[in-house]
Write a protein that binds this ligand. Structure first.
Ligand SMILES: Cc1ncc(COP(=O)(O)O)c(C=O)c1O
Length: 465
């Protein structure tokens, strides 16, 4: 197969060049049936390209055939996988398919408690029993840190019937665990390793970024290409490791249960285009620029006496393009509000302690020069007495008190009660603010006083009867 090919793009180009009289889904038929205001906003071209699989030699998604299959094969080569599946509905669907495909009711899964809520959803669907690993706490940053390989080994030693080890790497804020070591341990115990690498899809394309989990021996990995890889929102990939013993048919069958039967070709084409772009000289240069921009901002912050950025240390590595910063005397939420209201800057997210800035492949150096200048101004300004609208608090780092299995609790009889009455009750739903989608409560856990300050957005909560 031609290396530089982008098969879905090519098929779409042919589709546009050779229009047909269309008597099929989507019913807007090249935009003819679309509200004019929407059409004016998005343009004719987008609507003309909005089609689904099966038609016009575009191939099908589940099972993958034609141009979509070819694009998946090219992606597997680019990411160093044995097999790649294109995903719609983000890495969320990938995580649910991993749980449904690789774990069964009652089996144990070793998983970090700060995983994304989609991992919990997957475990609720499969009925597997999570054995939570509590990662390091980076208390002065208000963040979860790395997962210790020793903690994984201890749990594997103590439990014979573990079906899967499942690690989030990197964290949303860019903290990187020692996946190489964890993969070796998993191999020793013959337990497959899944890595939620939603935030690390650029890693295989630049040596200054951490090594990809696939290259370190993970069996199955999800990458949200839409997060940092340049594809459209919702589009992601799931990869199977080259030497993995897992049966990818189980994953494929789960994806067939979960995926829409009318996938958007635009989203799939954007995945094909992102893979093509990241593998090209131009794309690789953009990744280099993103790294240089991140270094520029980090160095600039180092010169400001009252601003700090999270850096790697002897315990953990970091992804340089994710810059978590904090300012002495100003909360992260306040810093976010100042940047937004005074300087028209929108950051990725903010917490009590600090905020997260992403150095993306689409950012220019001038974006970073502007941000640096604004941060310098802020660092020289006295904000005492100035009021900004600040949003809610960040995730707490609480140790869960588990009363019941996740799936059993989810399917138990429940009632909705006021937040003021919930202490001491057993949660019946996942409570997680997005971003980063890390749960403060999952079904089966006891609600304590410590949870309340972090439930600002809930007036009521579902609990077990
Ligand atoms: C660690 C992690 N995994 C998975 C997801 C879900 O990814 P997606 O938005 O692609 O469905 C997220 C989303 O924020 C995430 O942070």
């Amino acid at each position: 197969m031609e290396k530089n090919n982008a098969p879905i793009l090519k098929a779409l180009e042919e589709f546009v060049k050779n229009p047909t009289y269309q008597f099929h889904i989507p019913g807007h038929t090249h935009g003819g049936g679309v509200c004019k205001r929407f059409k004016d906003l998005v343009g004719d071209k987008v609507l003309n390209l909005d089609t689904t699989d099966e038609f016009d030699n575009l191939g099908t998604l589940t099972p993958s055939t034609g141009a979509i299959k070819e694009a998946e094969i090219l992606a597997s080569q680019a990411f160093g996988a044995r097999r790649t599946f294109f995903l719609l509905n983000g890495s969320t669907i990938g995580n649910i398919a991993i749980a449904m495909g690789l774990t069964k009711k009652g089996q144990k899964v070793i998983v970090n408690r700060n995983c994304h809520r989609s991992v919990m959803t997957g475990l609720i669907a499969s009925g597997a029993e999570p054995l939570w690993v509590i990662p390091q706490k980076l208390s002065e940053w208000g963040l979860w840190g790395n997962v210790n390989p020793e903690d994984i080994e201890k749990l594997l030693k103590e439990n014979e019937d573990v079906a899967l080890v499942w690690i989030t790497n990197p964290t949303y804020e860019g903290v990187v665990s020692d996946i190489e070591q964890i993969a070796k341990i998993c191999k020793r115990y013959s337990v497959p390793l899944a890595v939620d690498e939603a935030h690390g899809c650029l890693w295989n394309f630049n040596d200054e970024l951490p090594p990809s989990s696939l290259s370190l021996g993970a069996d199955v990995v999800v990458n949200s290409l839409h997060k940092t890889g340049g594809s459209l929102a919702q589009s992601s990939m799931l990869h199977i490791g080259k030497n993995s013993k897992i049966n990818e048919d189980f994953i494929e069958k789960s994806l067939m249960l979960l995926h829409t039967t009318t996938p958007s070709i635009l989203l799939l084409a954007s995945l094909d285009a992102a893979r093509y772009h990241l593998s090209s000289i131009e794309g690789k240069n953009q990744i280099k620029n993103a790294i240089q921009n991140a270094k520029f901002l980090r160095n600039f912050i180092d010169e400001l006496p009252n601003l700090h950025s999270l850096k790697p240390n002897s315990q953990y590595q970091t992804d340089i393009t994710k810059i978590f910063i904090k300012a002495d005397g100003i909360s992260g939420k306040r810093l976010e509000a100042i940047l937004e209201y005074d300087f028209n800057i929108e950051v990725e997210s903010a917490s009590d302690v600090g905020l997260l800035i992403l150095s993306n492949i689409g950012n220019s150096r001038s974006d970073f020069e502007y941000l640096a200048k604004c941060l310098e101004t802020i660092s020289q300004t006295d904000y005492t007495g100035k009021v900004y609208e600040e949003r809610t608090l960040h995730m707490p780092m609480l140790i869960p008190e588990i009363k019941m299995n996740l799936q059993d609790a989810f399917y138990s009889e429940k009632e909705v009660i006021s937040k003021s009455e919930c202490v001491g009750r057993i949660a019946g739903e996942i409570v997680a603010q997005c971003p980063p989608g890390i749960a403060i409560l999952v079904p089966g856990e006891i609600i304590t006083e410590a949870h309340l300050p972090y439930m600002n957005e809930c007036e009521t909560i579902e609990v077990l009867k």
